[in-house]
Design a protein around this ligand. Structure first.
Ligand SMILES: Cc1cc2nc3c(=O)[nH]c(=O)nc-3n(C[C@H](O)[C@H](O)[C@H](O)COP(=O)(O)OP(=O)(O)OC[C@H]3O[C@@H](n4cnc5c(N)ncnc54)[C@H](O)[C@@H]3O)c2cc1C
Length: 497
C-alpha cells in the first residue's frame, strides 16, 4: 500500500493551493481529481481560436500588497500570474435598466467613493459611512492579512446583520442600495441573506482593483504545475475516493480509491462539496445533527453561461466596457430569487487582450429550480425539452442584450452555452452552483476538522467563494494541518526576504 503524508481531494484552486502548501512543508502529497484534468472552475476551452473561461474570469487583490498578490508570493508564483488591470472607470459598468442609469466603477477605493458620491450627492454621507463600515470589517478580520499568521475567525457584530439591513439603515435610495449590492453576483447570495461582514470581506478587493489574468485560469493551473515539479506531489486524474477504511480511534488509516488501489496517509483534506464529503463518512462516526446541518446547506446561485463573440470585422459597439453588469431591477434580492419571473440580470465579460474577434462570456443567474425537470438526466442524453429550455434562454439573453446595446443585433454571435447542469457535470458538484454552499447568515459552513479526526474540509464552500476565498480556506485549514509554527516559518521564508 502506497503511503502519503496527506491526500487532497479536488484540484480546483482550493485543492491546488492546499497541495502546494502541504508539499512546501516537506510532505508527500497525493492530489486526486475526479475529472480527466486538473483545475476545476479554472478551466478554459477554445473555439475557433478564442479562449473562453468557464469559471474564473476576474479578481481583486492583485495590486501590490493586495491579498491575492501576497498569497501568490507566499506560494512562490507571483510572477507566473500576470494581471491585466482594468484601468479606466468605463471598463466596469453597472447598468440599472429600469432607472436608465449607468454607473462606472473606477479602481481604488478612494476613487470609487468619490465617483459614487458624484452619482448620489444627496446620499454622500451614506456612501462615506458604507465604505467606512466595509473597511472597518476588513481591518478587524485578521486573516485578511496573510502576513500576520493568525486565523482567529472573527465574530463581529457585522457577522450577524445582513447587507440589506445595513444598507436600509444608511439610505432610503433604492438605486444606491442596488449599486452597493451589485457585487452579490460575484458571491451568489441575496443581500438579505449575506452578512454585512462577509459581503465586506469579499467586495473590498473589488473596490481596490479589478484585474483579468493573462491566459485566464490556465495561468494559475500552469503556475501550480510548475511549482509541483519542485516538490513531492503525485497527481491522479479520473480518480476519487470510494471508502474510508480501517478506522480506529476516529482516525482513518486506509483510503480506498475507485481504481481499486488503497493508500494510507496521515490526513486527508477535502476541497469538494460538503454533501459529497458526507456521503463518504461512515454513518456511525457522525451525529444526526451533523448530517442535518450538511444536508440543510443551501446552494449559492449558478449561472446559465453563454459563450459568444463579435462577428468577424464588426466593431465593438461599446469598446470601453470590459465588464457590464445589467440589472433590470434595482432590487438585487428580487433578481437573485429563484422564483423571480421577470427579465434576469446579466453579466457580460469580454475576453481581454484579443486582437480581432473578441470573445464574450455572458452569465445569467440560474437556480436548481430552473433545471429541476432534468436533474437526473445525464450529459448527451438530455431530452428535447431541455434543448428547448436552452434555446429559449439563448433567445431571451440575445433579446435582452440587444435591447441595451442595439448594435449587437448585427454583430453578436453565440457559439456555446451551458446550463447549471453543465456545471454540475464538469465540476462534479451535486447541483452546479457557481460558488458552492451559500455563505448565509446563521448558516455555519463546514471548515477544518471533520468528525473523523484526520479528515478536514476546505474549499469555496468552507470560508468564502471566488478564487481568493477558496485559496484562503486552504491556507487557514492547511495551517491547522501543518501547525502554526511550521506555517509561520514558511511565511517568513517566502514573504520576508
Ligand atoms: C461561471 C462562474 C464564474 C465565476 N467567476 C469568477 C470570477 O470571475 N472570479 C472569481 O474569483 N471567482 C469566480 N467564480 C468562482 C470561483 O471559480 C470558485 O469560487 C473557485 O474557483 C472554487 O474553487 P474550488 O477549488 O473550491 O472548487 P472547484 O473549482 O469547483 O474545484 C473542485 C474540484 O473538485 C473536483 N471534485 C469534485 N468531487 C470530487 C471527488 N469526489 N473526488 C475528486 N475530485 C472531485 C472537481 O472536479 C473540481 O475539479 C466563478 C465560478 C463560476 C462557476
Amino acid at each position: 500500500m502506497k503511503k502519503y503524508d496527506h491526500i487532497v481531494v479536488g484540484s480546483g484552486i482550493s485543492g491546488l493551493t492546499m497541495s502546494l502548501l502541504l508539499a512546501m512543508s516537506g510532505r508527500k502529497i497525493l492530489l486526486i481529481e475526479k475529472s480527466p484534468r486538473i483545475g476545476g472552475s479554472l478551466s478554459r476551452f477554445t473555439r475557433i481560436g478564442i479562449p473562453f473561461e468557464t469559471g474564473f474570469h476576474f479578481t481583486g487583490g492583485l495590486q501590490e500588497g493586495g491579498i491575492l498578490s501576497d498569497i501568490l508570493e507566499f506560494l512562490g508564483m507571483r510572477d507566473a500570474v500576470e494581471p491585466i488591470f482594468l484601468s479606466s472607470p468605463s471598463e466596469n459598468q453597472f447598468i440599472f435598466e429600469s432607472a436608465g442609469r449607468t454607473f462606472e466603477h473606477p479602481n481604488g477605493i478612494k476613487n470609487v467613493i468619490e465617483q459614487f458620491k458624484t452619482y448620489f450627492p444627496d446620499d454622500a454621507l451614506a456612501v462615506d459611512r458604507y465604505f467606512e463600515m466595509v473597511q472597518s470589517v476588513c481591518n478587524r478580520t485578521p486573516s485578511l492579512n496573510i502576513r500576520a499568521n493568525t486565523i482567529t475567525l472573527p465574530n463581529l457584530d457585522e457577522d450577524y446583520v445582513s447587507l440589506d439591513e445595513v444598507l436600509s439603515g444608511l439610505t432610503s435610495n433604492k438605486l444606491l442600495r442596488g449599486l452597493l449590492s451589485g457585487y452579490a453576483m460575484c458571491y451568489g447570495v441575496r443581500p438579505s441573506e449575506i452578512s454585512f461582514a462577509n459581503h465586506s470581506r469579499m467586495v473590498l478587493n473589488f473596490y481596490e482593483s479589478i484585474a483579468f489574468v493573462k491566459e485566464g485560469g490556465d495561468a494559475f493551473v500552469k503556475a501550480f504545475q510548475e511549482k509541483f515539479k519542485e516538490y513531492d506531489v503525485d497527481i491522479r486524474c479520473g480518480t476519487f475516493m470510494t471508502e474510508l477504511a480501517d478506522i480506529r480511534s476516529s482516525i482513518v488509516n486506509r483510503f480506498v480509491l475507485n481504481t481499486g488501489e488503497e493508500v494510507s496517509a496521515d490526513s486527508c483534506v477535502f476541497t469538494i462539496h460538503p454533501l459529497d464529503i458526507l456521503k463518504l463518512l461512515p454513518e456511525k462516526y457522525y451525529s444526526r445533527a451533523f448530517a442535518s446541518r450538511v444536508e440543510g446547506f443551501e446552494s449559492s446561485i449558478g449561472f446559465f453561461s453563454v459563450f459568444g463573440m463579435l462577428k468577424e470585422g464588426s466593431r465593438d459597439p461599446n469598446p470601453d466596457a470590459s465588464i457590464m453588469s445589467l440589472f433590470p431591477d434595482a432590487d438585487i434580492n428580487k433578481l437573485l430569487d429563484p422564483a423571480y419571473a421577470g427579465t434576469p440580470a446579466l453579466v457580460l465579460i469580454k475576453s481581454p487582450n484579443q486582437a480581432g474577434r473578441k470573445g464574450l462570456c455572458i452569465l445569467e443567474p440560474s437556480f436548481v429550480e430552473h433545471v429541476a425537470a432534468w436533474r437526473d438526466s445525464s450529459r448527451g442524453m438530455r431530452p428535447q425539452s431541455y434543448l428547448d429550455y436552452k434555446k429559449a434562454r439563448l433567445d431571451a439573453i440575445r433579446e435582452h442584450l440587444c435591447s441595451v446595446i442595439p448594435a449587437f443585433h448585427d454583430s453578436l454571435e453565440f457559439s456555446d452555452a451551458g446550463s447549471i447542469l453543465t456545471f454540475k457535470d464538469y465540476l462534479n458538484s451535486p447541483d452546479g452552483s457557481a460558488y458552492g454552499v451559500k455563505q448565509k447568515l446563521r448558516q455555519f459552513n463546514l471548515i477544518g476538522k471533520l468528525p473523523l479526526h484526520n479528515l478536514f474540509a476546505a474549499g469555496q464552500s468552507a470560508l468564502l467563494p471566488g478564487i481568493i476565498g477558496a485559496m484562503m480556506s486552504s491556507l487557514i485549514v492547511g495551517r491547522a494541518v501543518i501547525g502554526k509554527e511550521h506555517y509561520g516559518s514558511l511565511l517568513n521564508r517566502s514573504l520576508c526576504h
